[in-house]
Design a protein around this ligand. Structure first.
Ligand SMILES: NC(=O)c1ccc[n+]([C@@H]2O[C@H](COP(=O)([O-])OP(=O)(O)OC[C@H]3O[C@@H](n4cnc5c(N)ncnc54)[C@H](OP(=O)(O)O)[C@@H]3O)[C@@H](O)[C@H]2O)c1
Length: 270
């Protein structure tokens, strides 16, 4: 994979960070992005130990101009993009009735429009290399859960965008893969926003029982090399996909129960 370039949005933490290490171990040159300079520099110094070149871009993924900056910097430094991983994302845990619309829109701009901007600005270069676009979606890309309306709808939108784009790019030889992990141990839940837009700061779930970001990164890399269309993680995820399609009322019942039983569930008094 020498001289190939992977651009990873949200590469400063969690799944994106693990993907950056994995792709650099496989000799990709790396571009990672994030909002926090210190976190980004910390990851860059570890990537360099794998003997590849790397670049960090501090930006806000929800701004098209900022995302164009990521692509311009990648092309200026490396001259090509082989893999784009649309990973940056946040969540909100709130009853929809209580949710501030600005907070809803903020999430949508990061999770969905950030993905759209990343693909839009990188696409000419990905077509040149017959490259790959990887969307880090979620089981919530096809399964609904209560108290996560903004997150669920942003991931459903991502899924629809990539499914449509994949067909459109058929004759351009660009591979499009959607990866849908279940619960992953990262800063994701601490960064989850509440109805007022402030961070939760603590996890509503037991992190110890979750998949590690490194396992996600290994599976994504395997999916990339074998040109998978979709990656649904865990047997539970695959069963959930099946139940959702064939027995939607059972899926509704299970999803409601799951959220009702989480720590400090917002459904308890609703
Ligand atoms: N963790 C899970 O259980 C889970 C499950 C399924 C899917 N996912 C998906 O996996 C992806 C990564 O999540 P994670 O678990 O790795 O969470 P994380 O540890 O919180 O990492 C999120 C990454 O996104 C970046 N980011 C957030 N807002 C941004 C913005 N406005 N502009 C640019 N970058 C921004 C963060 O950068 P800074 O830290 O610098 O802000 C960070 O690098 C998300 O799309 C999420 O939906 C996660």
């Amino acid at each position: 994979m020498k001289n190939k370039v992977a651009v990873i949005t949200g590469g400063s933490s969690g799944i994106g960070e693990a993907l950056a290490y994995k792709f650099s171990q496989e000799n990709f040159n790396i571009v990672i992005t994030g909002t926090n300079k210190d976190r980004l520099n910390n990851v860059l110094s570890k990537i360099k130990k794998n003997g590849v070149s790397c670049e960090g871009v501090i930006h806000d993924i929800s701004s098209s101009n900022d995302v164009k900056k990521m692509v311009d910097i990648s092309i200026r430094k490396f001259g090509r993009i082989d893999v784009l991983i649309c990973n940056a994302g946040i969540s909100i845990r709130s009853l929809f009735e209580d949710l501030d619309l600005n907070t809803f829109e903020k999430l949508f701009r990061i999770n969905f429009l950030g993905t759209v901007y990343s693909v839009k600005h990188s696409l000419p270069y990905l077509i040149k290399t017959s490259g790959t676009i990887i969307g880090i979606s979620s089981l919530n890309g096809f399964i609904a859960t209560p108290t996560r309306t903004a997150y669920v709808s942003s991931k459903h939108a991502m899924q629809g965008f990539f499914d449509s784009l994949r067909l459109e790019l058929k004759r351009k030889n660009v591979h499009v893969m959607v990866a849908s992990p279940g619960y992953v141990h990262s800063n994701f839940r601490k960064n989850t926003l509440k109805s007022d837009g402030k961070k939760e700061g603590a996890s509503s779930r037991d992190n110890a029982k979750m998949m590690s970001p490194e396992t996600v990164a290994d599976r994504v890399f395997d999916g990339y090399t074998s040109k998978k269309r979709d990656l649904i993680f865990t047997l539970r995820g695959k069963l959930a996909h099946l139940i959702k399609n064939w027995f939607p009322k059972i899926a509704d019942y299970l999803a409601y129960k799951e959220i009702l039983n989480e720590r400090e569930s917002l459904l308890k008094n609703y």
